[in-house]
Design a protein. Structure first.
Lengths: 74, 185
């Protein structure tokens, strides 16, 4: 049985508490949701970086120099 | 001159602790400093695969919304391998506590600083640094930084509780240590 270590910082006392069935379910749901959210954020960041690189490449194809591209988009 | 007081330090025993919950955090300090030296029972994942979270709760017991960023993750074998931006309202700090890689057992140290954690009028700030070693190879060595701001869920309440949550069927190893310090400045 999974347990929580609960530390009362006002007293320094601690105790181990068994998970209830509801807590087991809630913990699994929370971890799964966090993983989904993190993966979505990572995918969005990757797409943004890919789009930025593709955009700069197209600007270069149009004849702009690296300095000109940097001046436009950083 | 800033002074630092040890509020509590706790060492995990046994092998069934999935959550470490620091509750009833005293409100009398300017900032908080949390030092966690963790080990996980997970042996199947390398440094980047555990679903561990640090969840902040306000003094009303609600999860505190956080906006922030991973400032970067650096692994010894790959340079900067990850940067990403949290969405506004992200309510958890992603953290990894795997300290094992390819069977090697290292140590992970997590330092978290909470600025103005007890304020009920301004947004709070959290900085997290993580470092991890492997005893057998360089690919398990990693450092990572996060930063973010947080508030109470429904009003600007203070930070009252911090939970470290491992993924399902993963446990903190015995001797993992969590120490909370109060800073007066």
């Amino acid at each position: 049985m999974a347990q929580k270590l609960v530390i009362d910082c006002s007293t320094g006392e601690s105790e181990y508490v068994d998970f209830t069935a509801d807590e087991v379910t809630a913990q699994e749901t929370s971890v799964a949701q966090a993983a989904i959210q993190r993966e979505a954020e990572e995918a969005a960041a990757t797409k943004a970086a890919t789009d930025a690189a593709a955009g700069k490449a197209k600007l270069k194809d149009l004849g702009l120099t690296d300095d000109q591209i940097a001046a436009l988009v950083g | 001159m800033a002074t630092t007081d040890l509020i509590s330090t706790t060492v995990v025993s046994g092998s069934s602790t999935n959550i470490v919950s620091l509750t009833s955090i005293p409100q009398g300090y300017t900032d908080l400093l949390l030092l966690a030296i963790c080990k996980s029972t997970d042996t199947s994942n390398t440094y980047d695969d555990l679903d561990n979270e640090a969840i902040l709760y306000d003094t009303g017991g609600a999860v505190m919304p956080i906006g922030g960023a991973w400032m970067g993750q650096i692994a010894a074998s790959g340079g900067i391998v990850e940067t990403s931006q949290f969405a506004s309202g992200y309510n958890r700090i992603a953290m990894k506590t795997s300290n094992e890689s390819s069977g090697g057992i290292g140590v992970q140290v997590i330092t978290m600083r909470f600025l103005d954690y007890s304020s009920t009028t301004v947004a709070k700030n959290v900085h997290t640094w993580e470092g991890k070693t492997s005893s057998t190879n360089t690919s398990g060595t990693m450092s990572k930084m996060h930063t973010g701001c947080f508030n109470g869920a429904s009003s600007n309440l203070a930070l009252g509780r911090i939970d470290f949550v491992l993924g399902s069927s993963k446990y903190f190893k015995a001797d993992s240590t969590f120490s909370l310090y109060g800073i007066n400045s």
